[in-house]
Design a protein around this ligand. Structure first.
Ligand SMILES: [Zn+2]
Length: 91
């Protein structure tokens, strides 16, 4: 028998959630299990998100979306989102 994610999830639900007397115990089990599973990963499963805010309209932009060459930063260091950058270019 192949142990699929669905099968193992069902096992976890049955033994570590439904088998516990209360929600706190079930949540503690899941938290411990999640920590153990995270240690199995070959690289970090989560990455911290960072944001910058457009100096013109104030919208937030995930730094992952900003071109590494500093595109959309003006000469004085202000950051502009794509829409504001284009509006600035069209002036
Ligand atoms: Zn903007």
């Amino acid at each position: 028998m192949a142990y699929t994610v669905d099968y193992l999830t069902e096992l976890i639900h049955y033994h570590l959630v439904l088998g516990e007397a209360d929600d706190e115990s079930a949540d503690r089990n899941l938290s411990l299990l999640a920590g153990e599973i995270q240690n199995l990963a070959t690289r970090p499963l989560w990455q911290e998100a960072t944001w910058v805010f457009c100096d013109r309209c104030g919208c937030s932009v995930d730094t992952e979306l900003i071109h590494p060459d500093g595109h959309h930063y003006s000469d004085d260091g202000d950051f502009y989102c794509v829409d504001c950058w284009r509006a600035e270019e069209l002036r």
